[in-house]
Design a binder for this molecule. Structure first.
Ligand code: AHR
Length: 494
């Protein structure tokens, strides 16, 4: 038996809703085809943005959306993507598949997307191949209310009022595709570029410095030492890759070995956040600067027959467990992790949505985002737990992972992941500190009959959440039977 104590009256800070953020890059069919089809498309759309994708994304309450990259950001010249569409320069997306893009999805279209989704834009500027002036003028174009060359140009292009822009990234992966810089050099460039990312009028920009590649702790150390005072957030990127970068493993054809290593690598996020946070603590003990995990998720080999530069992969129940485990880790570090953005929203890497022409399906990962949206901006609740292990070939991982939160209306939600693909887990959850108003429980479960269960255009509902019957409440104790390889969210009712 696995024992859990949930202290419903001990809260541990807000779970920033931005932990449920997303990332959409000009990569493969994420933007073009996946989100943007253009106004003349036969696919039903709102000013060029496809309606089915829009509705599905609205449902999961996306709080913040990062754009235009990724590696694309450090090659993107925003001025080519504004003004009359017929005059926009075509460009070659050299980093991702060498395809030609018509630049029809630019700043105005991205801001429209955010407005339609009701989310905050998070724009990533170009440090690698762009100038300080170009970055500074982009911010002026988007946020300046008065008379200025850029604000006037925005008006000419059809937008009278400035947009609200809170999150701005000063470059992306500047240790790699963003310029192959050393930490010392980038930290100096960061100081310089961010100087001209101005706050106009009432707009306040939260500046995010390009951060480390997974366990590059030196990068975090140097950035914090040299530029802590000039940043609000520092990013880190970490992908769950079961194999190596040459052969990452298949998204759907895998056995228990790959399942186990994927879970092990997903759990590694805990170690990475702890170690980066420890370094940040030395320079920022008040935890003012947020750790921004603005790229995370699974990365497998592309699906057979697809463009290797498009990073299109299927999404199985394994991805759902990876997502759940990540959310629990982010919740546990809610004192430092202020935002996370899964890579990527549509048709790329660990996507929420896959499209094929006019068809669209939701992935198991999408369903986890939907089940977990109840935790957005809720107070984390203290949990003590001791779980048995999921053993594979002599190696052990905690079989179950748990998180709990309380909404502003006092509603308690508990989410659980059982990563063992063959064994159920019986849990006894003691609820302490209940004030007598919570008397029943309901739940939703996401599971399937096989590790690689996934949704296809022919069978879109193979993996989808259903009502959970494996929970019983007796006074202040929940008895839970978690099916093998499952994600569950419970709600206490009053
Ligand atoms: O998400 C795909 C790519 O992964 C991004 O463009 C880049 O930042 C990272 O290496």
């Amino acid at each position: 038996m696995n024992n859990v104590i949930i202290n419903t009256d001990i809260t541990q800070g807000k779970i920033n809703k931005n932990i449920y953020g997303h990332f959409a890059e000009h990569l493969g069919r994420c933007i073009y085809g996946g989100i943007w089809v253009g106004e003349d498309s036969l696919i039903p759309n709102t000013m060029g943005i496809r309606n089915d994708v829009l509705e599905a994304l609205k449902e999961i309450n996306i709080p913040v959306l990062r754009w235009p990259g990724g590696c694309f950001a450090d090659e993107y010249h925003w001025k080519d993507g504004v003004g009359p569409k017929e005059n926009r320069k075509r460009m070659v997306n050299t980093h991702w598949g060498g395809v030609v893009e018509n630049n029809h999805f630019g700043t105005h279209e991205f801001m429209l997307l955010c407005e339609l989704l009701g989310c905050e834009p998070y724009i990533c500027g170009n440090v690698g191949s762009g100038t300080v002036q170009e970055m500074s003028e982009w911010v002026e174009y988007m946020t300046f209310d008065g008379e200025s060359p850029m604000a006037n140009w925005r008006r000419e292009n059809g937008r009278e009022k400035p947009w609200k822009l809170t999150y701005f990234g000063v470059g992306n992966e500047n240790w790699g595709c963003g310029g192959n810089m050393r930490a010392e050099y980038y930290s100096d460039l960061y100081r310089r570029y961010q100087t001209y990312v101005r706050n106009y009028g009432g707009n306040r920009i939260y500046k995010i410095a390009g951060g480390a590649n997974s366990d590059d702790y030196n990068w975090t150390e140097v950035l914090m030492k040299n530029a802590e005072r000039m940043m609000d957030g520092l990013s880190v990127h970490y992908y769950t890759v079961p194999g190596d970068w040459q052969d990452k493993g298949s998204a759907i054809d895998f056995a228990e070995d790959e399942w186990f290593i994927t879970m092990k690598k997903a759990y590694r996020m805990e170690e990475l956040i702890s170690k980066h946070s420890k370094i940040m603590d030395q320079y920022d003990p008040q935890k003012r600067v947020g750790l921004i995990v603005d790229e995370w998720g699974t990365w497998f080999n592309v699906e057979k027959g697809t463009n290797p530069g498009f990073l299109y992969q299927q999404n199985t129940l394994r991805d759902a467990l990876v997502a759940g485990v990540h959310f629990h880790i982010f919740h546990n570090h809610n004192d430092r992790v202020q935002m996370a953005n899964i890579a990527q929203t549509v048709n790329v890497l660990q996507a929420m949505i896959l499209t094929e022409g006019e068809k669209m399906i939701l992935t198991p990962t999408y369903h986890v985002f939907n089940m977990y949206k109840v935790h957005q901006d809720a107070e984390r609740i203290a949990v003590q737990a001791s779980f048995g292990n999921y053993m594979h070939k002599g190696e052990a991982l905690p079989q179950v992972s748990v998180t709990a939160s309380k909404s502003d209306k006092g509603r308690i939600h508990i989410s659980l992941c059982n990563i063992d693909p063959f064994n159920k887990a019986d849990l006894s959850i003691e609820l302490r500190g209940l004030n007598g108003t919570n008397s029943s429980v309901s739940g939703t479960v996401l599971t399937a009959g096989s590790m690689n269960a996934h949704n296809t255009f022919e069978q879109p509902d193979v993996v989808k959440p259903v009502e959970f019957h494996g929970v019983k409440m007796t006074e202040a104790t929940l008895s839970v039977c978690l099916p093998a390889m499952s994600v569950v969210t419970l709600a206490l009712e009053s």
